[in-house]
Design a protein around this ligand. Structure first.
Ligand SMILES: *Cc1c(COP(=O)(O)O)cnc(C)c1O
Length: 401
């Protein structure tokens, strides 16, 4: 049996079967490229769902990781560590935030923001005890924990996982009138993704987020933007909220915050909201650990110093234009912002999965989202030649140019 099949068999024999990966076994990565066991090279057009925006195994982040790992990795928050203060300062300066709450996974950042919003609702807004409501959007993806899936509208994410956490109201995404109608005197917060990633790169209508911001301000409701996927350069700006000229009250980041080396997430606050947390009320053993802080500090530095955000905007335009120019009847729409792109196939094309499998044979790794959408989101360090090569592979799979 080949090593490839031996490893597949081990996963199948011992693992929970909660994923259905493409048939490729990766063992090495560098920049936009990953290699399988046989040394075949692939262009990574998923970038670990935007966790490796900085490219695989970025040498400066790797150096920061190994240097810090040899010095001090974890103290818990029972003691101070010398990386936390600089991490806070650098992150706040870069994102123009005033306070940071460090966590680990993205879902934990979402949970933390929901807790902060509820406490703020009772302490500051004066909502009666136990009555706080949080408005969320149809088609949302905010992670996999029990409270977070309590307001998912994806049946597979919820089925047989109840009973669920109450206190959430769901409105259609992109519909500011529906949001306005759902706000009551008990509304604590509105939680949304600036672009819905897992739902298939759904871009809301122009003006939607600005209107949501205005409604939240008018009704004293916290605007929570989940930028775990859209943030840190993915859409061609540091945060996606910049496209709409707004600032959230609470911003959630994760994924690329560590450049893919380590799970690091954070809740950023632009308002006094974070001030409601007092010692003992919330925490995490690993949150804010020195290894995470050192890795994140370098992940943010390379993003800015190496021009990755501007490159995302430029290469994103080039890739979108290239994909849109492919002459084919299989594609209904190419949409995106920066390097967060989706190719929406015609339903008659027979589903995105088989195109992802054909692309893999040509050396391009993509993942379908829902049935008819191919998500295209390479690391932000991709260059023009590689973009053009990727477009050629898509053209081969989808039809002639
Ligand atoms: C990935 C993601 C999450 C969850 O992050 P995890 O690290 O997987 O818990 C939350 N929100 C959005 C928008 C995401 O893309």
């Amino acid at each position: 049996m080949s090593l490839h099949h031996d490893l597949l068999a081990k996963e199948a024999r011992y693992g929970a079967s909660n994923y259905k990966p493409l048939d490729v076994m990766l063992s090495r990565g560098e920049g936009v490229w990953v290699w399988d066991l046989d040394g075949r090279r692939y262009l990574d057009c998923l970038a670990a769902y935007s966790a490796v925006n900085q490219g695989h195994c970025h040498p400066r982040i790797l150096a920061a990781l190994t240097e810090q790992a040899a010095r001090l990795t974890l103290t818990s928050r029972a003691f101070h560590n010398d990386q936390l203060g600089p991490f806070y300062e650098e992150l706040c300066t870069l994102t123009r935030s005033t306070r940071v709450l460090p966590m680990n996974s993205g879902a934990e950042a979402v949970e933390s923001a929901l807790k902060v919003a509820r406490k703020w609702a009772y302490q500051v807004k004066g909502i009666p005890p136990g009555q706080a409501e949080i408005i969320v959007c149809d088609g949302n993806f905010h992670g996999r924990t029990l409270s977070v899936i309590s307001f998912s509208t994806d049946e597979a994410s919820r089925h047989e996982f109840g009973p669920f956490t109450p206190g959430f109201r769901i409105v259609p995404y992109g519909d500011a009138d529906a949001l306005a109608a759902a706000i009551t005197s008990n509304t604590a917060a509105f939680l949304a993704e600036p672009i819905q990633g897992e739902a298939g790169v759904i871009i809301p209508p122009p003006g939607y987020l600005a209107r949501a911001r205005a409604l939240c301000t008018e009704h004293d409701v916290l605007l929570i933007l989940d930028e775990i996927q859209t943030g840190l350069g993915r859409t061609g700006t540091l945060l996606a909220e910049e496209h709409d000229g707004i600032e959230a009250d609470l911003t959630l980041i994760g994924k690329a915050l560590s450049g893919g080396f380590y799970p690091v997430s954070a809740v950023l606050s632009h308002e006094a909201a974070m001030g409601v947390l007092k010692p003992g009320e919330h925490g995490s053993t690993f949150g804010g650990n020195p290894l995470a802080c050192a890795v994140s500090r370098m992940a943010l530095r390379v993003l800015v110093e190496e021009g990755m955000i501007g490159n995302s905007a430029a290469m994103g335009r080039r890739l979108q234009d290239g994909l849109a120019a492919i002459q084919t009847g299989q594609v209904r729409e190419v949409r995106g912002r920066g390097l967060m792109i989706a190719v929406e196939l015609d339903p008659a094309a027979g589903g995105a999965r088989r195109y992802c499998e054909r692309l893999r044979e040509l050396g391009v790794l993509c993942k379908e989202t829902h049935t008819h959408t191919i998500r295209v989101a390479p690391p932000l360090v991709i260059d023009a030649g590689t973009v053009d090569w990727a477009v050629d592979q898509f053209a081969t799979v989808l039809g002639e140019r």
